[in-house]
Design a protein. Structure first.
Length: 628
């Protein structure tokens, strides 16, 4: 800089820098004052990228070596100086010499370089890495199917030359190509059909789920079918949403939930609730006959990265944070832009999509198909009809032999784990002991403080005598938050977790006589008042919903229902039917009691119950010989 040597300290502005001269003076200089080789922009890392520890290390080394760096140490004394500095810095002499060789007038050049990359990570500077990724995306990942060498010679070298950056070697370029997602490369270069075939070939490589319920995959699927109202058979449009879970080991369906409600944590919770319970009562309520002996707590739930799957409800339930289930499971979200280890759930959805294409009201899965179909005129199925069709597809799936299962059907594979030659070889999955508690644990969760008025959610108040007792016990903790759960389909009551007694309290509306409403109705009312910029209270929400329902009833009586009104009416009926079905399943799950030990039965025992050699439970093996 003007013939004077200076040390760069920091960036002051876009073209202003703080420098330090050998005499200890500091000065702010402009970019034009610096020689090109001293320009701080040439530093490989910006100052802000250095940690406080690295900055401290830089100036500690500079203080120890500055006499040598400033050429104040005679040539014959340099070795002794380095040896003494190595003792002060507590490193070897070779390390000191190596740092000195990297000295460029900036104390930051004395900092030990960060480890470059690592296995599977890039060692290039960010700007070079980004440019190479862009070249690959623009010229390799397309239908022209250029070979890597052509992309490197004709595009990458020119791009780096124009950017005045050093190009990577051909070997580095090939390594980057090799690390790309193979299925994504096939889809970009060869099309979706080839990618679909590649995914099928990947089946069976999933690293989890080597036993039933060891891993369950779950995802959503939107039906491409227009359905009709179950009252007047008029079209209400698309919107049927399926949440389905499948056991990875046996390919047996675990549980599902089909509704007209939007995606959310409640759908996932209901699908898991269905999966954990026995299916006999469910099937009886639906009116369908099939063999589906799947129930019990899963060990791992494998999901994609949708926001509905990343909430606290599922994670808290599976981790058993409240200690109510006595068993915990793991929640695993698939990594973004990485291979899926075998698309088990996607493959079933592919089968279901083919089965749906021939249904009346099917819209097709793409724009071209939808242009050639008049789905509104052919629609005939209600949501219940769609559920029966789903169950028929599931029944066919469970009884179809699979090469991946060694020629067994999913049902046979499931049975083979528990039974062999007519005898039970492993214990059956445990049934949930308290279905009512289980259902509450799988409802969407929020936290609230308990105030004098009770609890407020969406401007609606809830209170009860039991909640008053909780409030009094925790009067010295006014800011303590309690776990609150509610069913979005019916928010007339909420369930507050009592941490002292480890149970949920049912807390109804504080306002007596208020109508039973859904979360979606409450949100619509709040949105209405916000849109018109009007202040509102709890009573305004209930009045708005009541007036809206009465208006819809008048329209219904006049026979002038719109598609939107029909769909809302169908949604409400579906929610009521689903809740009734859940209540029936919960009510039917009564604890099984052993029959009383009669004298005749006791005579047949070799030992008395109190004898040391007698089994603790004379009925423990009663069902061992039964293939159930």
């Amino acid at each position: 800089m003007g013939g004077r040597r200076a040390t760069f300290v920091s960036i002051i502005d876009f073209d202003q820098y703080m420098v330090c001269f050998p005499d200890g003076s500091y000065k702010v200089v402009g970019a034009a004052d610096l020689d090109p080789k001293d320009n701080p922009q040439s530093v490989s890392r910006p100052v802000d990228d250095y940690s406080p520890a690295e900055l401290e290390e830089a100036y500690r080394w500079y203080e120890a070596l500055k006499d040598l760096l400033d050429a104040k140490v005679p040539r014959g004394e340099r070795s002794a100086f380095v040896a003494a500095a190595a003792l002060v810095l507590k490193v070897g002499q070779s390390t000191v010499w190596r740092r000195i060789q990297g000295w460029d007038g900036n104390p930051l050049s004395l900092v030990r370089e960060r480890p470059n990359g690592g296995r599977g990570k890039s060692r290039m500077a960010p700007e070079r890495d980004a440019l190479m990724s862009k070249v690959i995306g623009d010229h390799y990942m397309n239908k022209r199917q250029r070979p890597p060498k052509e992309v490197y010679d004709d595009f990458l070298l020119d791009a780096f030359r124009n950017a005045r950056l050093r190009p990577p070697s051909l070997a580095t370029f090939y390594e980057r190509i090799h690390r790309l997602d193979s299925v994504e490369v096939i889809e970009k270069r060869h099309g979706k059909r080839a990618a679909h075939d590649a995914r099928k070939r990947m089946q069976g490589k999933f690293p989890f789920g080597d036993e039933p319920l060891g891993c369950v995959q779950m995802d959503y699927w939107l039906y491409d079918v227009e359905i009709v109202d179950d009252v007047d058979r008029e079209v209400i449009g698309r919107g049927a949403l399926l949440a389905l879970a499948i056991d990875v080991c046996t390919m047996m369906p675990y549980g599902y939930h089909l509704s007209l409600d939007p995606t959310g944590a409640n759908n996932a919770g209901l699908a898991i609730f269905h999966g954990m319970t026995r299916k006999e009562r469910w099937l009886k309520e639906v009116g369908f006959d099939m063999e589906w002996p799947v129930w019990g707590m899963l060990k791992m739930l494998h999901l994609d990265n949708a926001k509905e799957f990343r909430g606290s409800m599922l994670r808290r339930f599976l981790a058993d944070e409240d200690g109510l289930k006595g068993v915990a499971a793991e929640l695993v979200n698939r990594k973004v832009k990485t291979p899926r280890y075998g698309p088990h759930i996607e493959r079933f959805f592919g089968t279901l999509a083919w089965k749906v294409k021939g249904l009346p009201g099917a819209t097709g899965s793409n724009t071209k198909e939808r242009q050639t179909r008049n789905s509104s005129k052919t629609a005939k199925l209600t949501l219940h009809d769609l559920e029966l069709h789903l169950l028929s597809v599931l029944k066919e799936h469970t009884n179809t032999k699979r090469k991946e299962l060694g020629g067994l059907t999913p049902l046979q594979k499931w049975r083979s784990y528990f039974f062999e030659d007519g005898k039970q070889i492993r214990p059956l999955p445990d049934e949930p002991k308290d279905l009512d508690l289980l259902r509450k644990e799988l409802m969407p969760m929020i936290t609230r403080t308990v105030q004098d008025y009770g609890i407020r959610i969406d401007n609606i108040f809830y209170d009860s005598t039991e909640l008053v007792a909780v409030r009094q016990r925790h009067a010295n903790e006014p800011r303590r938050e309690f776990i609150v759960r509610r069913d979005p389909r019916d928010i007339s009551e909420v369930y507050v977790f009592d941490p002292d007694n480890k149970r949920y309290l049912t807390v109804p509306y504080r306002r007596h006589g208020a109508p039973v409403i859904s979360q979606w109705e409450a949100k619509a009312a709040i949105r209405h008042f916000n849109d018109i910029d009007k202040d509102f209270a709890e009573g305004d929400i209930f009045d708005f919903i009541t007036e809206r329902r009465e208006r819809q009833k008048r329209i219904e009586e006049a026979g002038k229902l719109t598609t939107k009104v029909r769909k809302e009416r169908a949604q409400q009926r579906q929610r009521e039917k689903a809740k009734s079905r859940e209540s029936a399943v919960i009510a039917s799950a009564k604890p099984k009691a052993y029959p009383p030990v009669t004298a005749a039965l006791a005579i047949g025992m070799k030992k008395t119950i109190g004898d040391a050699e007698a089994p603790d439970d004379p009925y423990a093996n009663v069902f061992d010989e039964l293939d159930i």
